[in-house]
Design a protein around this ligand. Structure first.
Ligand code: ADP
Ligand code: ZN
Length: 743
């Protein structure tokens, strides 16, 4: 809404008249991480509440910002006479105090600029202005007379997409001009989309299930917590297939009855689709989705629904955590152990941990649901900070699958193959029985490494310390770190020998080839982020599985969670040793979680499931724990090892990553940081050393690791330490508090 200084009726709902008529100074945090808070002049006679969203002048530019409490955003005050007036006050409810405190806490804890966190709350800039419609474009089916190759490409790829000119241009890989030209030529038409339509209301009693006793007890506790409306963190710890979703749905239903909003965080957008279906079956309508795959109009619609409180249940990826909910009553973090909740770029926050903090500030319950909770989370339950609700059995009397190890040293696959004879026999039996099987290998593509048979040359990414991975389905080599791709060359670039390239090791595509050779009649599908890149693709996969059109799935971690296929009875883990090689702090825990989760896909219906785990080390503690079913013993040993080494959650870590395109600059800066490390009791600094990923996207990387006691305010120490240093412009220094990646 444009600001009219002499017409107060135009002022926003957030603006209140004051009677003494003084000129008012307001402090504003702008969406620009390089700037500190700045003062502006509010319209005469109007006082702006903290949290009000405004548009402010900055030099010749206009920039969005939020009014903040001056005492919480100190800055050098400029003279009254030099204050510039605000340009606009948006007609939106102000960001509430709990959200403002969350933004401050996140910035403080993760050593990020407040503006960078604030940007996540105002994630849809175009949603700020109040217009109710947006113009989108879609193909009409008409082919224009003048059909240039660019136009042909655009029309070829557009399908039934709909979106802004920019979105269509990006999706079809042409310039905006080509799309506009097609609009003029009548091949693409404009349509007005309403963005302020109310969202359908979930019906709390649409199809409530009859809960089993343990479910009922857990659900009852959660429902009471929603009724009470106080901060209450829960760990909902239930084996795979125990009905955790049904249980927390009862809490969601209670929030719906009270007219409160619920946020459900999921670790992957691919999981949104099965979730939408289940939600629809329970509540009679879709929840509101929030993820990176939304069109701008959908994003805008969702954002406005969230701000006004009209959107009642929001299911989203981690970025949904910072949105300005009007009346938040409950947060659920599903599959809470997933490390994809950790954001690795920009503000490096952990959505699970920030979710708990948001619940605390909003004074509402939060539920962390998992069959394999993280050690950090279990520890919080152990010391009584989180309340643990347990579901020890699968729903409907289904048995947990039987897990056994296949010792690859005793039962090796034939040369050039990856599946042991005993696993092949099980697959065959399952095919004959008409039941579905799943092979899990956490490696996309055909082979992780390609080399020249003649000279041994290995294909490495030119931008990263990483091998180029062969993707045979699309006939190219790809870097999984920076996205660099190249066609596989006929001849070795080093020794020029022709047809000398060999693939080393398996990826999912190679396993699918092996299946095709073994069982030519089996219907096999590959599930990775290359094949399931959108919720629609996930829905298609689920549909085919449910219709029995797939016999064998070969997939990465994308198939380990969330899915429920009653006819899936056999799971084979192709390489259980893969995750253990990294040697990071959580390697064993993560392997255990991943294999438990994928095992949890088996035997969820009436037929029992079995799981074969291929390994070279059947006596490794992880494998023994999986086979014996002794999760408690495994967790206890891991927890003890962490405690002894004062590793998280018993101690604290922070990574400092120094990077630059210039090797010498990166090294120099890292050394400077290492040299100036403060001597603080209960803190040690390791490094600098070249990062395992010594080069990433063309930048040389050095790492330091800070290890400190739990009681130390390590952020304060780091802030003080790095704050005094200077480094060349091209150098980036990122601090990763509570790191999950050590690459
Ligand atoms: P989890 O998330 O713990 O792995 P789910 O919530 O996916 O388990 O539940 C497993 C299956 O059992 C789902 O198909 C779910 O709909 C079903 N289920 C669980 N509890 C009930 C119940 N009380 N009544 C009917 N179906 C249930
Ligand atoms: Zn790369």
């Amino acid at each position: 809404m444009a600001f009219a200084p002499d017409n107060h009726r135009g002022a926003s709902a957030a603006a209140k008249l004051i009677l003494d008529g003084r000129m008012t100074r307001v402090r504003v945090i702008l969406l620009n991480a390089a700037l500190g808070p700045l003062d502006y002049r509010a319209p005469p006679g109007v006082t702006l509440e903290p949290g009000t969203i405004v548009l402010a002048p900055l030099g010749p530019r206009q920039i969005t910002g939020v009014v903040w409490e001056p005492e919480r955003a100190p800055t050098d005050e400029i003279d009254e006479k030099r204050l510039r007036p605000l340009l606009q006050i948006y007609d939106l409810p102000p960001l509430n105090a709990p959200l403002r405190r969350l933004i401050e806490w996140t910035a403080d804890y993760y050593l990020a600029p407040v503006a960078a966190v604030l940007r996540m709350a105002l994630a849809s800039a175009s949603a700020l202005d109040g217009s109710r419609t947006i113009t989108e474009y879609r193909a009409t089916g008409l082919v224009p007379e003048r059909l240039t190759p660019q136009r042909a490409q655009a029309l070829d790829r557009i399908g039934n997409r709909q979106g802004l000119v920019r979105e269509l241009a990006l999706a079809t890989d042409v310039s905006d001009g080509v799309i506009r030209g097609l609009v003029k030529a009548g091949a693409i038409e404009a349509i007005e989309v309403t963005i302020d339509d109310p969202f359908p209301r979930p019906d709390a009693d649409h199809a409530a299930p009859v809960l089993e006793p343990a479910q009922r007890e857990a659900a009852g506790t959660l429902v009471r917590a929603v009724q009470t409306g106080e901060f209450a963190p829960f760990l909902l710890d239930g084996v795979t297939g125990s009905g955790k979703t049904e249980v927390y749905f009862e809490a969601v239903a209670e929030a719906v009855r009270k007219g409160l909003q619920t946020l459900v965080l999921l670790p992957e957008i691919a999981l949104t689709e099965p979730f939408l279906k289940r939600f629809g079956a329970r509540f009679g309508c879709d929840p509101v989705a929030w993820h990176s795959g939304l069109r701008q109009s959908q994003r805008r619609h969702a954002w406005r629904g969230i701000v006004t409180g009209d959107a009642r249940v929001i299911v989203g990826a981690r970025s949904a955590l910072f949105l300005p909910y009007r009346r938040l009553g409950l947060i659920v973090v599903d599959e809470a152990h997933e490390i994809s909740f950790k954001q690795e770029e920009g503000v490096q926050y952990h959505a699970r941990d920030v979710a708990v903090m948001r619940a605390k500030l909003e004074a509402i319950p939060v539920v962390l649901a998992s069959a394999t909770p993280a050690i950090e989370t279990r520890q919080m339950a152990e010391i009584g900070v989180y309340r643990e609700l347990r579901l020890p059995d699968r729903f409907g009397g289904a048995a947990l699958p039987d897990i056994s190890a296949v010792d690859l040293t005793q039962d090796p696959p034939p040369r050039g193959r990856w599946l042991a004879p005993s696993l092949v026999r099980e697959l065959e039996a399952n095919l004959e029985a008409g039941e579905q099987s799943l092979l899990f290998l956490n490696r996309r593509g055909y082979a992780p490494l390609t080399l020249c048979r003649a000279c041994g040359h290995r294909f490495q990414c030119p931008n990263c310390t990483a091998w180029m991975v062969e993707h045979r389905l699309v006939n190219r080599l790809a870097c999984h770190h920076c996205g660099h791709v190249m066609p596989p060359p006929r001849a070795c670039p080093e020794c020029h020998e022709e047809d000398s390239l060999v693939a080393c090791g398996p990826g999912v595509e190679r396993i699918a080839d092996e299946i095709a050779a073994l069982f030519p009649e089996a219907r096999t599908t590959i599930v990775t982020s290359d094949t399931i890149w959108s919720p629609a693709k996930a829905a298609e996969f689920v549909g085919r599985m449910e219709a029995g059109e797939i016999d064998i799935v070969v997939g990465t971690q994308l198939v380990t969670k969330g899915y429920h296929f009653p006819n899936l009875t056999l799971v084979g883990v192709v390489d259980a040793d893969l995750g253990l090689s990294g040697g990071d702090l959580r390697a064993a825990e993560r392997s255990f979680q991943q294999i438990m989760q994928v095992a949890g896909r088996a035997g969820r219906g009436e037929k029992p499931g079995r799981v074969l785990v291929q390994t070279h080390e059947p006596m490794a503690p992880v494998i023994r724990a999986l086979v014996s079913g002794d999760a408690e013993g495994f967790y206890a040993a891991e927890t003890e090892a962490r405690r002894e080494a004062a590793m998280p959650p018993f101690g604290r870590l922070a990574g400092i990553i120094v990077s630059s395109e210039d090797l010498a600059e990166a090294t120099e800066t890292a050394r400077l940081i290492g040299r100036t490390a403060p001597r603080v009791e209960n803190m040690a600094v390791f490094g600098p050393a070249p990062a395992p990923l010594a080069m990433l996207r063309g930048r040389h990387r050095q790492r330091l690791l800070v290890h400190a006691a739990r009681s130390l305010d390590v952020q304060e120490v780091i802030r003080e330490w790095l704050g005094k240093l200077d480094w060349p412009r091209g150098v980036r220094v990122a601090v990763d508090v509570d790191p999950y990646s050590f690459l």
